[in-house]
Design a protein. Structure first.
Length: 138
């Protein structure tokens, strides 16, 4: 996925994914086909042309692989309807891959887009927690 996310070589997905692979990222909309996934990733790279995807941890079990990652980039294009801000964002996420016959059949991405929206100035940053207070009530 380094070639896809860091270098923008979306054609590599044709080699990595099964023809009927499913791409799910609840933050970006409903499940998508391979071609729709390419469009979404192209849009992400347009919004954040310096996008950097860094793998933090990989766990594998049978036909499933889970990758913990850090995603960083500077918003120079429209993202989720938000005009370019020039702000740099950094967020954490996890991707679960299911393999069939050595190729990816399903991708589920769970990334912290609330943090991204806060870093872009769209959502308010939460105030610091007061000492001795419940983390849910501050």
């Amino acid at each position: 996925m380094n070639e896809v996310l860091n270098a923008g070589q979306l054609n590599v997905l044709d080699e990595l994914l099964t023809p009927n692979a499913i791409y799910r990222n609840p933050a970006l909309g409903p499940s998508a086909s391979v071609e729709e996934a390419k469009q979404r990733l192209a849009g992400l790279r347009t919004a954040f042309p310096d996008l950097r995807y860094t793998v933090e941890n990989i766990t594998a079990d049978g036909d499933h692989v889970v990758v913990q990652f850090v995603l960083e980039g500077t918003q120079h294009g429209e993202f989720l309807g938000i005009a370019p801000t020039g702000k740099t964002v950094r967020t954490l996420g996890m991707t679960s891959y299911r393999f069939t016959d050595g190729r990816i059949a399903e991708i589920l991405v769970l990334a912290d887009f609330v943090t991204v929206l806060r870093q872009l100035g769209v959502l308010p940053v939460l105030p610091p927690r007061r000492p001795n207070s419940s983390p849910l009530l501050t």
